[in-house]
Design a protein around this ligand. Sequence first.
Ligand code: PMP
Length: 366
Amino acid sequence: TVAAHILSIAPYQPGKPISELAREFGLDPAGIIKLASNENPLGMPESAKMAIAQAVSDLGRYPDPNGFELKALLSKIYGLPAAWITLGNGSNDLLELASLALLGPGTSAVYSQYAFAVYRLATQARGARHLMTPARNHGHDLDAMFDAIEPDTRLVFIANPNNPTGTYQPGEAVTAFLEKVWNTHGERVTVLLDEAYNEYLDPELRFDSARLVERFPNLIVSRTLSKAYGLAGLRVGFSLAQPRLTDLLNRVRQPFNVNSLAQAAAIAALQDKAFLQRTYELNRDGKKVLSSAFEEMGLEYVPSYGNFVLVRVGDAARLNQALLRRGVIVRPVVGDGLPEWLRISIGLPEENARLIDALKDSLAER
Ligand code: PMP
């Protein structure tokens, strides 16, 4: 028999791939736009493509199990020893590793309503209790999250900015929360600060997470190369944490969890400042365009700090179908308890324009 906690899991619903929609609706894949998975609309940087081409000749060998070069680069970028860094097969891997190392039956994890769906899944997979706190203005209520910590709580997940809502907690609020958790619970409660969308923040809003990791021995910060660095298909992420926690993650990590191409591409992408800047600007401008279009259409939306916007369309299931028929893939967030909302990733200017037209047409259909 299968354990009840496994059967309780509702599997993650990813965005529909372009090929699948093309087959289902008999559409030309070239005419489909996908704004469903918060990917980088610029695709992969050329610098990373070149690095991959070079790395292909070594694919007969296993990847570097410890990611020596990639960690050395990250160590330089963040000003932390390599022994504080863990590489992951996407940052999802790090969420899983933290859950594997810290959770199990008889423990619990705290996360917010409308937070990234994987927090609940990873907790359930470990047979731990999940303690979900109500959101405040669609975002994390850090006071409620602190109060939700129980004697058996081992892990608290925070997404900043959050997906799917795009909300953001400023550095002072996060620091105050970390201080309270550390002073009250010490090493017993680990906080996983998931910063998958950090690079999309306006520069004045960014805070120095590496310095927080130096200050709080119970903190894991996770980052990804799937979003702003344009490497979603390669699966690479990393975490920063003090050696005690990094060692725990390393104990449950698969030896070759980040493949050779991903390591090579990540090294190139992390150094490609021009690509990152273009990505940031494109996103900032596109977000303005989508937000003003939603305003003009009288649609409620959550001001976003990420590379997507959550917008209230009413009957989201119907709207989603109408958009799919027009070759536009967005993301319903029904599973997250937001049945009237769609999450729309920021695209290239022409993709944003097409989305806006398709949304207007679809709304007029009713
Ligand atoms: N955290 C958040 C908040 C996310 O939105 C995502 C991507 N959907 C991830 C982590 C995981 O992304 P990846 O595994 O590609 O790094």
